[in-house]
Write a protein of this length. Structure first.
Length: 361
């Protein structure tokens, strides 16, 4: 059993730059925690602090209640997988996977047993005599993971391990990592800037920005109940549409927010688009009883995504992206109106960016 507690961690470099501000986080045993955020948000720095490759400026790092701040990286029982594989090109797959065990003077029979066990888990049994230059990118990443597995660490740390792979291999390796997590039943901490990876792999996702945690929760919770504008825009693809409430046609229904500057957010997949000329007044009244009108505008661009398409709509005041099944009846330049169901609308305070609890009209 391994739990990790980060208590008021701060990381400031000698030049004055602060990568991590007063960050507190608890990571549970056997949790697959994903740290996600844009480049420079502090996620890799945080991973390196846990690994012992960086030293915190202040705060406490604990593993199972034991303070680890002054414990060397090699003594933390943690294995780390990097994005560049970090394999020795002159050694075979077997030798690469066995390297850390040999450095610890583990007996040869046990080394062979542990390497062969890891190779079987990762499907590398027939590649043990090859060198890294003879392997594909996906195979090299498996070797890097195998080198970590043979140590039987308490915690696996992964720093953007799939960033060097093409799109198809990334999907395959996500499946591989997910299967590995279920099989090993240990704690995984995974860093990525790819929110699809985060939502696919994580049992819990921590969204970071500028050295702070903006929200932590299950993937579906982040999608359905973003705590602020940053998370709402970062989680979801395409990202959420935002518009000033007073600029939307829903403003007349927002009496609860009188006197406040509010941002309205709606995801592209939750927006209905209809030709502006196809509705009678009576039909509009019925539709508005069930849906909230958002804006009128004209189609600026359509992007085909197979059976679906992205439709970019704009007017003089705002723009919006709609994700919808392909619509041959809607063409660029055509005037349209957009609407959505009330339950799909998010409200955020314009000044703080924080979500507002009330969604009723």
């Amino acid at each position: 059993m391994t739990t990790i507690q980060l208590e008021h961690i701060k990381k400031q470099y000698p030049n004055g730059f602060t990568a991590i501000h007063d960050l507190s986080l608890e990571i549970q045993d056997q949790e697959f925690l994903v740290l996600v955020g844009p480049s420079g948000c502090g996620k890799t720095t945080l991973l390196r602090l846990i690994a012992g490759l960086e030293e915190a400026s202040s705060g406490l790092l604990k593993m199972d209640g034991r303070v680890m701040n002054n414990v060397e990286a090699r003594d933390r029982d943690i294995a780390m997988v990097f994005q560049n594989y970090a394999l020795y090109p002159h050694l075979t797959v077997f030798q690469n996977m066995a390297f850390s065990l040999r450095m610890r003077r583990v007996r040869k029979s046990l080394i062979r047993e542990q390497v062969e066990d890891a190779a079987e888990i990762l499907g590398l049994e027939n590649l043990l005599d090859r060198k890294p230059g003879e392997l594909s990118g996906g195979q090299r990443q498996r070797v890097a993971m195998g080198r970590a597995i043979v140590r039987h660490p308490k915690v696996f740390l992964m720093d953007e391990p799939l960033s060097n792979l093409d799109a198809k291999l990334r999907v395959e390796m996500r499946e591989e990592i997910s299967r590995l997590y279920r099989k090993l039943k240990t704690t995984f901490i995974y860093v990525t800037h790819d929110q699809i990876e985060a939502m696919t792999l994580g049992t819990r996702v921590v969204v970071m920005d500028h050295g702070d945690i903006r929200q932590s929760g299950a993937p579906q919770e982040l999608y359905e109940k973003p705590a602020n504008v940053f998370v709402a825009g970062f989680i979801g693809k395409p990202e959420m549409n935002f518009m000033p409430l007073e600029a939307s046609l829903a403003a007349s229904s927002a009496a609860a927010y009188t006197g406040r500057k509010i941002i309205l957010g709606v995801r592209p997949e939750h927006i209905h688009i209809t030709p502006a000329t196809s509705r009678t007044e009576q039909t509009e009244q019925v539709e508005q009883a069930e849906q909230v009108p958002l804006m009128r505008g004209h189609i600026k661009l359509k992007e085909m995504l197979g059976d679906d398409e992205l439709i970019y709509v704009g007017n003089d005041e705002q723009k919006c992206v709609v994700l919808t099944p392909s619509r041959e009846d809607l063409l660029p330049g055509e005037n349209v109106r957009l609407s959505t169901e009330r339950a799909n609308i998010h409200f955020f305070d314009e000044q703080t960016g924080e979500a507002l609890a009330c969604r009723s009209f």
